[in-house]
Design a protein around this ligand. Sequence first.
Ligand code: FPP
Length: 247
Amino acid sequence: MKEDIKLKELEQKILAGVIPQHLAIIMDGNGRWAAEKGLPRHEGHRQGVESVRATVRNCNELGISVLTLFAFSTENWQRPISEVNYLMSLPEKYFDSELPELIRNNVQVRLIGETGKLPRKVQKAVREGSEKTKDNDGMVLNFALNYGSRDEILRAVNLIIKDLKEKNIKKKIDENAFSDYLYTAGLPDPDLLIRTSGELRISNFLLWQIAYSELYFTEVYWPEFSRMHLLEAIDTFQQRKRRYGKI
Ligand code: FPP
């Protein structure tokens, strides 16, 4: 009961302030959460999906415009095959159960990363998710799957070289033009980046886009990341002074 009151109070406080337009999250600590409970690692990922469901709902309700979730990195292929297979089964399960609600809530699903290299069933699930929500104009939900930021930047450079050559133009590439070649083209840069589980790293996530993002690290493992934790992160964000190099 006391917790409920605290939650409501924090929510009201936050809603009176500036809500981050774009929130990015490195969802970390699924394995350690499971290990501490004596469970197999996949149980941590299964519970991690529950946090995804809740966080998507919470962000949408709070009026966040873009939510980007780091679900699988280009480096995650190096995990044991059984774990990779389990992680690859999650998008299908998630969209099977959540798509009707995402459609109802006007959420637009997008994918960022080298999705062409994902197993066919994953590609099918995410294609269906983005197809069926493409006309929604509410919160954009970016799933980063087989995503690596250095790969993304190199891909952009190569696309630019190709474009300049093929179109025989010699235009100067400024920051805005470069951003248009990234997977996140057209979206605002993250205002806030959250990483759970106590790790203090960026791990090749949105390196270009987070140049001026506020960073928030919490000890909480992703499967336990609740609405209260989200509100606390936004509360901290609202107390930061964003100076963008000025004084
Ligand atoms: C990091 O925890 C987490 C991941 C590599 C996977 C994150 C994926 C989800 C939370 C589910 C994604 C959901 C959908 C719908 C695609 P870890 O395993 O590295 O944890 P550890 O550092 O404690 O071992």
